[in-house]
Each structure stands twice: as C-alpha cells, then as structure tokens.
Design a protein around this ligand. Structure first.
Ligand SMILES: [Zn+2]
Ligand SMILES: [Zn+2]
Length: 673
C-alpha cells in the first residue's frame, strides 16, 4: 500500500495524495485551466519544478504568471538553458559553463570551439532563430539526481571540461541535479540546481531578445581562459518585452553621462575613480538644490552642523563600524610619510584613521557635548555630509554610484513619545520636496525585521508599529502611495521606511529613508535628563530625503532628460543675435535679465541663427532669446522655448524680464510670496 501525503493549499483546504504525486497532479485535479497556467510550485516556501514529486506532507502554492517575480525568474533561467542548447546545436564543440538569470533577462558564458573566435553580435540573429526552434519543439525539462563522479565522467565524455571541473568542487555526498532537455539518447544536458518549467514550450518565443556579447573570464579570474558571454532580455510575453525595449531606448537617450557631457555638467576620470569633477554648470544645479534643501530644513526646525572627514579608528570601533563596515572604509595612517628616496614611505606603525562612510557617529558626539534636558528634544541635526565608501571599481556607475558622495543627512534625537509626530512630519516634508522637484509619484515601503537581528521580538513589534502608525497618521499608508510591507528587508538593528520615486519613464529609484535606532545611542552612551531627573536614552532617527546629491542629480537629469525647470537650469537663457548690428542690444538685454537674478549668456558669434538654436537646444538651455535689427529698434525679443513646437513669441524686454524672473523663483519661495 502506498503512503499518503497531506498537501495543504493557500485557501486553507487540504488534499491527500499518494506518494509519487506531483504539484502538477494537484493542479490538474483542481482544473484544466490551472493545470495549463501553473508554471512551477512553491513547496514549503521553496520554488520547485511542478513535476517534482512531493517528499512528504507539505504546504503547496502553485506559481502562475500572475506571481510575476517568481515567474520571471523561472522563465529567465529557462531561456538561459535554451540559449545554451541552441548555441551547441549551431556550433558543435562549443563548451558550456554558467548561465544565470539577471534583473531583466539572462546570460550564458561559452567557451567557443577551438579555432573559432569569440562570438559576436553578428551571431545573435541565427542563435535567436535556433532558440525559437528549441521552444517550438516543446522539449520536456526533466530533473535527475546524479552522483558527482557520474556527472564528471559524463561531461568528460562529451568534452565539457569546464563543467567536469566545476562538479568536482561541489560538496561531496549531496545529491547533484542534472536537467535533461528533451527525451532520448541525444537529449541536451546541463548541470543545474533548478528549478525549471516543465518544458521549453512554456516559454513565449516572442518574449526574449539577445542583446549583446562581451568577454568574461572563467569564474571571473583573469588568469583563466576568456569566455564569450551572451546576454539576453526575457519576459513573460511579447508585450512586456516591447515595453522593456522602449524603456531601454528611452533610458539610453536620457543617460545622465551622455546629457552631462552635452550640457557640460561634470566629468569623471581614471585618477579619481568614483569621485565627480563638477563643472561650473553642474555645480550650479547642485548649489540651487542645496540652497533649496537648506531653506526647507531651516523652516522645518533643523540645525545644520559640519563634522570631521577623518576620525580615529578607535572612534569607529566604539560606533561598531570598524567591525561591521571596515571593508567599505578608506583607511588612512596617521603618520607623516618619510621623504627618503629609498625604502618604505610609511612605516605602518602610525595609528589608523578612516574617512567617514557616514555621519551618524559624529552627530552623536555633538549631541553628547553638555547636558541635554528632555525639554530640548527633539534635536534635528542636519549635515550635507561628504562621505567616502570604498566601492569596487566595477560597481561604479557615472554619478549614480560613486565613492565620494554628499548626503542630505540628518539625525533626529527624540523621546519615544515624540517619534510618531517626528516621522509624520518627515513624511510631509519629503512629500513636498519630491513634488517641488517634479516627482508626482513615489511609493512608501516598510522594511520589516530580518532573520538575523538584534533585540527582542517585543522591541521589533513596537518599532515596526511606530513606523506603521506614523505613515497612517500622515495619511499615506494607502494604495496611492504604493504602501507595502517588505518582510525580512529591514536592517539588523531596526526596521525602516523606504521612499521609492517613479521617474518620467516609469523606473523606480529608492532615495529617501527614515529609521529609528536605539543601538548607536546605546553604543556611544548618549543620554538626556528626563522629567524624573534620571538619565534616559534618546532614540535616533536616521533620515534622508534626496539620499545623495550626486545620485539625486543623476536621477533629476534622467527624469527631466536634461530639460530642467527654470529654477534649476544652470543657464536659464541665451540671448542670441541674428546680425552683428544687434550685439549691443543683446548685451543690454542680457544685463537687464541678470539684474533680475537670471543666469544668462549671450551668443554674438557670426553664425547662422539655426546653428545657434541647434547648439543651445542640445545644451538644454530653456530659453533662447533671439534678437535682430528689428527687435533692437522695437525693444523686443523673440522667445523660443526648449522642446516647444510653438512658434516663437515676441515680447517686450520689460515683459520678458518680469515673466522669467517670476518663473525662475524656486517653488518653496513662490509659496511664501
Ligand atoms: Zn539551470
Ligand atoms: Zn545615520
């Protein structure tokens, strides 16, 4: 008599099935629609093949394309296998290595057959065709458990030296899974942990595209052979793929590195990896943004401080950063280098210091100066703090991911009874800042306790509830604000609220955060005198709205595609002449605009007006003010707005000065006036 397993389903129901049954059997028993839609199964929380038999009583949830995250990951991994099979069909002698899913698709690393050069972009269309044939054959993907040595012998026999090498490094004694694609002798085989869909035919042949080829070393080590990495993007259906391709195209047009060059905003160079050289125009954007944030913080009751770049390692030990965060810190010996020509420049005996990777400990040290009474709380301490983090070169990306950055950082030292109000007020401030900067949509997420954590469950219950209540009090724990709780994603010492901006082309960027922390005040022994005359620990709220200036300006550039609102545009207007007789008049107009506080340049070059228009449009100057003989005589100018199809508008100089000066007022000051 066969054993029976109890399988419980998400709706609370339970089914008894004989040993040997699979999630696919249950799907079929529920109905043919589900049997067709089910892609894989979550068994006791683990994603598994739908054809893999149950091993005992289990909790089962069937995965369909509506479980988009799981479905995408499965599909992308399947596409990687289909790619590898297709490449080996077309180019016998090619060896397979690894091929994981990525954020938008997959890649696979191949060792081309001896004598054949690396793969190139020209190979991709033929490979795509062959992949579609593999999908059309609807080959079942079958999971098999093998012995390590058998896998090695199999791959040796088939000439797969990379796979044969790799399998022997897997832990001995653990079952090793091979996936067979198709039936019969010549089924394509890959060593893989899985899981996979039931067959290649579950993939939409119109939902993927191979995108590029690059070199990659076997196991990432430059001492090893160079492989060809073929990348693809993959989705659940054709519509998703098309939307993604449009997004990529749009994103490339908006790339902040490209626009940064065209607008002459900044540059980066080898000698200062991950640190930005801000050019005058880029730094103007920074200054406007910083001035805006400073006004907002001043009026929200923050005080601003400035703290040291370098602090002794002992201080970082006390704060806990030296233990947990050291590999991200730039360490500097406190020693005068020897000036002798020969020998080591540094003795290695000096005390160690480190550039600050964050501002928090220094703010606690300011808080600890003198005695603080409960009446003085909350203290909102802000710093446009320049920090350094030692990111690997490969992780750097334009001004979005850098090693030297400036945060719009602040720490609020508060009593527990003040937390909800403080967090609610922070939510309001952040909302207003995002709207002022041109972002209408953002999502609020609560990252909850991770598995590895400090503190008792009671403390976590309390701190999570405070964040929840505060967002609800701000009226933003709603669908409109994308309110969502993320289990397991909090920091090890506290839960946190995350604020994710949606940009003009639908991408999301996590920028703002707020987090209540009792660990650091504890470690650094910060306290205040309570109403009872006793010492108490303050809670420390770590919070940022923009995140960092570098990344936020990068996001602003891509969001606006360089077409900044007038108040943020580095050059707000160019007065361009049609004829040299208008030169004097152009300078007069420019002077009047400057006197009204506008950032104005003149273009008196002896060039055709169309040429000037094109050039200033590329530099994304919002207002182009064209003057010729007639304008000079009449005291007018012809206004062309960037990106506007409207015909140019003729205005008197006085009219123009008043209108543009008004338009260039930053949004917060407009509200005051
Ligand atoms: Zn696989
Ligand atoms: Zn902090």
């Amino acid at each position: 008599m066969s054993k029976m397993f109890k399988i419980s389903l998400p709706d609370g129901s339970m089914r008894e099935v004989p040993e040997g049954s699979t999630p696919a059997d249950i799907a079929a028993a529920i109905g043919p629609g589900l049997a067709k839609a089910a892609l894989a199964a979550r068994v006791d929380g683990e994603v598994r093949d739908i054809m893999r038999p149950f091993e005992g009583d289990a909790q089962l949830a069937l995965i369909t394309s509506r479980d988009e995250k799981d479905a995408l990951e499965l599909v992308r991994h399947d596409f990687a296998h289909v790619l590898a099979e297709a490449v080996q069909n077309l180019y016998p002698g090619t060896q397979i290595t690894f091929g994981p899913a990525t954020d938008d698709g997959f890649y696979y690393d191949f060792a081309p057959a001896p004598g054949r050069g690396p793969f190139t972009d020209e190979d991709l269309p033929a490979i795509e065709e062959e992949m579609r044939r593999v999908i059309a054959r609807d080959e079942p993907l079958i999971r098999e458990e093998w012995q390590r040595e058998d896998v090695r012998d199999f791959f040796r026999r088939t000439g797969e030296s990379f796979k044969a090498e790799w399998v022997m490094e897997l832990p001995e004694g653990e079952p090793i899974t091979m996936y067979r694609s198709g039936l019969g002798e010549n089924a394509w085989m890959d060593l893989c942990r899985g899981p996979h869909l039931a067959s290649t035919g579950k993939l939409d042949p119109q939902a993927f595209k191979l995108t590029r080829v690059s070199g990659a070393y076997w196991r990432g080590d430059p001492k090893n052979p160079m492989l060809s990495r073929i990348y693809g993007t993959a989705w659940l259906n054709r519509k998703q793929l098309q939307e993604h391709l449009v997004r990529l195209e749009e994103a490339a047009k908006r790339d902040h590195r490209k626009i940064g060059r065209e607008m002459d905003l900044f540059h980066l160079q080898e000698e200062a990896q991950g640190s930005v050289f801000w050019h005058p125009k880029g730094y103007l954007i920074w200054r406007e943004l910083e001035a805006y944030m400073r006004r907002r913080l001043d009026s929200a009751g923050y005080t601003e401080v400035k703290t040291p770049q370098l602090m002794d390692a002992r201080q970082w030990e006390r704060s806990g950063h030296w233990g947990k965060y050291r590999e991200n810190m730039f360490v500097v010996p406190d020693e005068i280098p020897s000036t002798e020509d020969e020998g080591p420049v540094l003795s290695g005996e000096g005390d160690l210091m480190a550039l600050k990777p964050m501002n928090c400990p220094a703010h606690v040290l300011i808080f600890k100066q003198g005695i603080t009474s409960y009446r003085e709380l909350p203290i909102r301490m802000a710093e446009f703090g320049c920090c350094h983090r030692n990111e690997p070169h490969g992780a750097l990306h334009g001004i979005m991911r850098v090693r030297q950055f400036t945060q719009d950082d602040a720490h609020i030292f508060a009593r527990e009874d003040q937390l909800i109000d403080e967090i609610r007020e922070f939510c309001d401030l952040l909302d207003s800042v995002y709207r002022d900067l041109g972002f209408e949509n953002y999502a609020i997420k609560l990252a909850l306790r991770p598995d590895q954590r400090f503190g008792s469950d009671e403390e976590w219950d309390k701190s999570e509830q405070i964040l929840r209540d505060a967002v609800a009090a701000a009226g933003r724990a709603t669908q409109e604000f994308g309110w969502e709780e993320l289990p397991g994603e909090g920091a090890f010492y506290a839960p946190k609220l995350e604020f994710h901006l949606t940009d003009a082309i639908g991408r999301t960027w996590q920028v703002g955060t707020i987090q209540a922390d009792t660990v650091l005040p504890d470690r650094l022994d910060a306290n205040y005198i309570g109403e009872d005359g006793e010492k108490h620990r303050p809670v420390m709220l770590h919070r940022a709205i923009l995140g960092t200036f570098e990344r936020f300006i990068g996001i602003l550039i891509e969001h606006h595609a360089g077409k900044f609102p007038l108040w943020l545009a580095p050059v707000q207007a160019v007065v361009a002449t049609i004829v040299s007789e208008a030169d004097g008049y152009a300078q007069e107009v420019a002077a009047k605009l400057r006197a009204a506080g506008l950032r104005v340049e003149t273009d008196l070059r002896n060039e055709k007006i169309n040429y000037k228009v094109r050039e200033h449009s590329l530099a994304k100057v919002p207002l182009l003010l064209v003057v010729g003989k007639r304008e000079a005589e009449e005291g007018t100018l012809a206004v062309r707005r960037l990106g506007s199809d409207e015909h140019q508008k003729v205005m008197s100089v006085e009219e123009a000065v008043a209108a543009f000066a008004e338009e260039a007022v930053p949004p917060d000051l407009k509200r005051v006036n």
